[in-house]
Design a binder for this molecule. Sequence first.
Ligand code: ATP
Ligand code: MG
Length: 433
Amino acid sequence: MDERTYTADAEPGDEATVAGWVHEIRDLGGIAFLILRDTTGKIQIKFEKDEMDDDLVETGLGVHRESVIRVAGAVEEEERAPTGVEIVPDSVEVVAEADPELPLDPSGKVDAELPTRLDNRTLDLRKDEVKAIFEIRAELLRSVREAFRGLGCTEINTPKIVATGTEGGTELFPITYFGEEAFMNQSPQLFKQLMVGSGLERVFEIGPIFRAEEHNTPRHLNEATSIDFESAFFDESDAMDACETVVRAAYEGVAENCADQLDALGLAETFEVPDEAFPRLSYEEAIERINATGELDEQLVWGDDLPTEGEHALGKEMGQHYFITEWPSEIKPFYIKDKDDGQLSTGFDLMHPSMELVSGGQREHRYDHLVDGFEQQGLDPDAFEYYTKMFRYGMPPHAGWGLGGERLVMTMLGLDNIREAVLFPRDRQRLSP
Ligand code: ATP
Ligand code: MG
């Protein structure tokens, strides 16, 4: 590759070659300015028509917006320029021409609807505030990985093509695997559990989960990124501690390393790392408090799942992240361990005021109870023999959780649609790009 200076690194006194996209051209008659944009920012290129070679002026000012150009010249201080410097060009080369008609205006002057933006993600991510979301997402994942490492976890990768599902049959995507029926995995649940009985003991995975959600909602995707944790010799309380550590680390990483991105999103003043311990509310308390808000048409009774309006009513009261613990066993999956009386489970959810972020719990590690659980949930234990049999060869007590990566980004940044946090979302309408 040729030598190229990022616009952010161009210093007065340098002879520099910059390369990037034509953001804007402002022609004032005798003088014209071209704003060139690259991944680090923007820089002004000055054309003084009378003093410059005609060809140079013609090339520089005749190029369509969003074309890729390369400009060489002297970097000079200019306090009236947006970044305090400008380039007086010696040469301008058009590297890749853009059509005059764009499906989307990357300068943001013309608003576009979300579907248009998603159809043209490349152009959409030329906007600072959209690019910022994905730079923050990357930083969040980096911080989360580091937090897991701090907890002594090993990162694992488990299969996404599986013979059976675990989280309820209706949400499975069937595929054909050399003539046999197979499925896209809904969760790494069983595989990560198998690893706590291996020599690894404490593991995490960041990978895709596939769920054939029937309805389009602002917080469901059909392909999502799950951040999963599982540890031997942990109970649900230890797992909640680890969950809090990881979520907080994500916020801390973004606060520390994404100042410009938060600024681009208008969040520089308001972004806060959650400082208090996340309160732990029992399911019973949760439904009582929801009922007390009077926001639901019908009172919740023991055994009900929390409706979205109920989550919102309680979230408004709590005003911060909180756990809901001690869910009724009957509404948690078979692999969640019951408390001693059998009515209550060790299952928990971590809630953001606006939605569920995490489900977790201590797991059933006793072979007989586990097999009974499969049958009660209407699943054939034989189909899961690869999993259950390992519980006969020394499976320690263990606990863990799964955190929706996009929901973490979405709630952290106050995005109103989960699709904003995914480059190429998959939903009921969208299979391409
Ligand atoms: P919900 O009730 O909100 O649909 P869930 O209880 O079905 O979620 P879990 O099986 O508990 O989801 O999955 C653990 C976490 O994974 C959820 O708390 C959520 O953050 C995330 N998640 C699950 N399904 C989706 C999805 N379809 N799109 C985006 N994130 C999801
Ligand atoms: Mg859940």
